[in-house]
Design a protein around this ligand. Structure first.
Ligand code: AP5
Length: 238
């Protein structure tokens, strides 16, 4: 009797990372990328690259980013829906920073459904606001590669320079105290409802939304995320 091979093929792994600014989405995504060989699609990184290159999108984006505000939905929706159609995202993706509003979540759902795809899991990294302020104000980044450090929790070997290529580390423009406060407000007002949107899709047998305690050490947070991803992937193939 012929064997249905596709029944044993691993399903696509389509992950969304949600969490407040500084929750560690980028930190965890860099680990996930290595283990699961999926493209990491970070809206923040795409926008910062545009700002650096001085593109039309970059010039518009900077106005919003410097104030800690979200860009209008129409500017990011097409950008991401097109990106997800690229060949490298065929087997799955790790999305960071999208969706950030309910209309963005609806647009993502529509785009995926049209292509016969669905999300595997929405991973919510939870960290209280007081920890986030300390994390963001102490964050330093390599402006060329985006590699991230923290002056207390993950310091570079030599103060102020990247361990790998020696580039001078900088503080992101939106990591200034007044902007951090607004980013947290925007998260609670506009992005938290996205979690409710996805929780309404949880069923008795399968939870789409998986919450992770992001207050632990980065490696420990990652162990939980990796175990969770392995579980949801297995559930999806059953
Ligand atoms: P974006 O770049 O996405 O910023 P964000 O969501 O605010 O997230 P961050 O990059 O600040 O934090 P993270 O969770 O990745 O934390 P990280 O791992 O670096 O967006 C920037 C802007 O772009 C937005 O404000 C908006 O203007 C615009 N934008 C983006 N998406 C948009 C959209 N969809 N629609 C409209 N506008 C959009 O960690 C932070 C620090 O903590 C680091 O120093 C790290 O070393 C440290 N750290 C990490 N984990 C731990 C841990 N477990 N313990 C201790 N320290 C830790």
């Amino acid at each position: 009797m012929p064997v249905n091979v596709s029944a044993f093929m691993p399903a696509e792994l389509n992950l969304v990372l949600v969490g407040p600014p500084g929750a560690g989405k980028g930190t965890q995504a860099s680990r996930l990328v290595k283990d699961f060989s999926l493209p990491f699609i970070s809206v923040g990184d795409i926008l910062r690259a545009n700002v650096k290159e001085g593109t039309e999108l970059g010039v518009k984006a900077k106005e919003y980013m410097d104030k800690g505000e979200l860009l209008p939905d129409d500017l990011v929706v097409d950008l991401i829906t097109e990106r997800l159609k690229q060949p490298d995202a065929k087997e799955g993706f790790i999305l960071d920073g999208f969706p950030r509003t309910v209309p963005q979540a609806e647009a993502l759902e529509k785009g995926l459904t049209v292509s016969g795809r669905k999300l595997t899991a929405v991973i919510v990294i939870e960290v209280p606001d007081e920890d986030l302020i300390e994390r963001l104000s102490g964050r330093r980044v390599n402006p060329t590669t985006g590699r991230t450090y923290h002056i207390k929790y993950d310091p570079p070997k030599h103060e102020g320079v990247d361990d790998i290529d020696g580039t001078k580390l900088i503080q992101r423009d939106d990591d200034k105290p007044e902007t951090i406060a607004n980013r947290l407000k925007v998260y609670h007002d506009q992005t938290s409802p996205v979690i409710g949107f996805y929780e309404r899709q949880n069923t008795e047998n399968k939870a789409l939304v998986r919450r992770i305690d992001g207050t632990r050490e980065p490696d420990e947070v990652y162990r939980h995320i990796r175990a969770l991803v392995a579980t949801v992937r297995l559930e999806d193939t059953l």
